[in-house]
Design a protein. Structure first.
Lengths: 434, 119
């Protein structure tokens, strides 16, 4: 018979097993000895995840992460902040929270890369040399490209811009909330460039519509989604589904409308359309600006020359993410010049590929892994429901849970994933554990 | 999702609750389960009076778990959109019910032993 002492002994043993297990999980797998100097530009989703994983694969490597930003932003949370479902703190953490002690963080901005001498120069003038360089500085929001707009307008006079960061997302909610109460015409835009999380402009439209509906104000709302081209989403089957949902909700779509300028005083927006410029009056306008690679990427000659010429994404092989002209350079995350994949979920699939090819290269071998374009964006369609939208380069749907979670169905479980599981999964990814 | 291993799950839950709270929850769940097994072995049989009380507590555990989840995720019953959602709902309710029953039974057995003197 089990007495109390044996029982206590048993629980202690159990605790010991748990600790033991987690030690195994953190142990180094196939660690390679090397003196390689690796520089990672950017400590965002991609840079932090890769730093953690490389540290585990390499012993003796000198890994330097360069990033001036003190705050780390969990950007998928911005959509929730801009709908009043989370506070700005929900997305904010510290960059240093995610970097392991074995890597050096240099908190400066990179100004130039010289791929021939293999050096990186910071804005403060420090020059570092590398054997391998990973370019992961995300992208730049070009708010200035929209005439008459500036960030200090956000939150006032019916203007929202949730991409601009947690504080602006919170201000966006101030403006959007007022709109859901007073009604009028709401115009939801997206840029004509590539953009991160192309589902986010749609999510904002759906959420604001739902909130107005719940407040009993749907009859006062004139919701307009302004697509940049002739489709609501880059993946045809998803675009069709969104078109149907918009129809159900009474959300109107206008196609090939790219926001050019605004007159905040008159609450008037001007769009470039195939038929010339078109003016539209609004009560609420959601602005998502054009998005481009950081200036230093283009200045350093790392960009594609013939593709995305106005945007400057890094010229990498779309399967290996290795630079097509400079073999010791990789790009990962939003800055990579590949046809899909500007989401954190893509980062999760890209990082192991870069890790594989980089470590293999140090060992004098060829990597074997390939990135298939996996991109995912839980498309919120109302508070409490979302659609899991996962696809690849071929525009094929690639559901994670086939037969269990239907991809194009509005489900509670997908909402639970977005609101409960996504941030922890993202954080685990930053630590290189997912 | 790329790879869904046990370690990934642990890492995700770790991040969800914060390392200390997560392991504390695991420890509490483990301790309650062990205590439950302990009283089962100690008493060498299931006490039906305690079991009845535990059963009566199950609906509260079920409803409590569902309402808790809905509250922290801004959801409501009308968000159920397909069969999988019903399964999730039932699963959450079942976990709440069983957890509550085990808890009630164990607490009863450990701290109110006299009430079941019939043993
Ligand atoms: C509103 C919104 C909603 C989103 N929703 C989702 C979603 O639901 N699901 C999803 O998977 N993804 C989503 N995303 C996309 C996701 O957040 C990004 O794809 C992801 O963060 C990209 O990671 P990254 O490392 O490339 O860039 P980032 O995470 O942006 O990090 C880039 C880092 O590089 C640094 N940097 C920049 N320039 C320099 C320089 N010159 N020198 C040094 N460092 C520099 C920056 O300071 C920053 O820390 C969303 C994004 C937004 C904006």
């Amino acid at each position: 018979m089990l007495n109390r002492r044996r029982f206590l002994g048993l629980s202690a043993a159990c605790g010991a097993t748990l600790t033991f297990k987690s030690t195994i999980a953190n142990a180094k797998v196939n660690s390679l000895n090397t003196k390689a100097k690796i520089i990672i530009i950017g400590a965002g989703a991609a840079g932090a995840a890769l730093a953690n994983r490389l540290l585990r694969r390499l012993t003796g490597a000198k890994i330097t992460v360069i990033d001036p930003r003190k705050r780390h932003l969990y950007q998928p949370g911005l959509s929730l902040v801009a709908a009043g479902l989370a506070g700005p703190d929900y997305v904010i953490s510290k960059t240093t929270d995610w970097l392991p002690s074995g890597v050096t963080l240099l908190d400066e901005a990179v100004a130039e890369v010289d791929p021939l001498t293999k050096t990186v120069t910071t804005q403060k003038g420090q020059t570092l040399s590398y054997d391998y360089l990973v370019v992961a500085p995300g992208l730049v929001l070009d708010h200035d490209a929209i005439e008459g707009f500036s960030l200090d307008m956000v939150g006032k006079n019916g203007i929202g811009a949730l991409y601009a960061g947690p504080e602006y997302a919170a201000k966006t909610w101030e403006a959007a909330q007022k709109f859901t109460e007073t009604g009028g015409t709401g115009i939801f835009t997206r840029p004509a460039t590539e953009m991160k999380c192309a589902g986010a402009p749609l999510k904002h439209t759906f959420l604001i519509d739902d909130i107005a509906r719940r407040a009993g104000n749907s009859s006062k709302m004139n919701m307009i989604y302004a697509a940049n081209n002739n489709s609501l989403f880059g993946v045809p089957i998803v675009a069709e589904k969104v078109r149907m949902l918009f129809g159900e909700r009474g959300i109107e779509s206008v196609y090939s409308h790219v926001l050019k300028s605004i007159d905040a005083g008159k609450k008037r927006a001007v769009f470039d359309t195939p038929d010339g410029q078109k003016e539209m009056d609004y009560d609420y306008l959601h602005v998502i600006p054009p998005q481009r690679a950081p200036e230093f990427v283009r200045q350093s000659g790392l960009s594609w020359e013939e593709r995305w010429t106005d945007q400057g994404w890094v010229e990498v092989d779309q399967y290996t993410l290795r630079h097509r002209r400079f073999g010791s350079i990789f790009a990962v995350g939003d800055v990579a010049g590949v046809p899909k994949g500007k989401t954190a979920a893509s980062v999760k699939w890209q990082v192991p590929v870069v890790e594989d090819h980089l470590v293999a290269s140090i060992a004098g071998k060829e990597g074997t892994q390939a990135y298939n374009g996996y991109t995912s964006c839980p498309m919120i369609t109302r508070i409490g429901q979302a659609m899991l939208v996962e696809f690849d380069y071929k525009n094929d749907l690639v559901p994670s849970f086939p037969g269990i979670i239907a991809p194009l169905e509005e489900l509670w479980i997908s909402w639970l994933m977005k609101t409960v599981a996504l941030k922890p999964t993202y954080n685990a990814m930053l630590r290189g554990q997912a | 999702m790329k790879e869904l291993t046990f370690e990934t799950l642990i890492a995700v839950f770790d991040e969800m609750f914060g390392a200390s709270l997560f392991w504390a929850l695991v420890a509490i769940a483990g301790a309650v389960t062990l205590a439950y097994i302990y009283v089962l072995i100690r008493d060498r049989h299931i006490s039906w009076s305690k079991f009845l009380l535990a059963q009566l507590s199950m609906p509260f555990g079920a409803v409590g778990a569902v309402l808790f989840l809905q509250a922290i995720t801004h959801s409501q019953f009308s968000d159920i959109g397909g069969p999988i959602d019903v399964i999730v709902l039932l699963g959450v309710a079942a976990v709440g019910a069983v957890g509550m029953a085990i808890l009630v039974y164990t607490v009863d057995a450990l701290f109110f032993r006299k009430s079941s003197a019939a043993r």
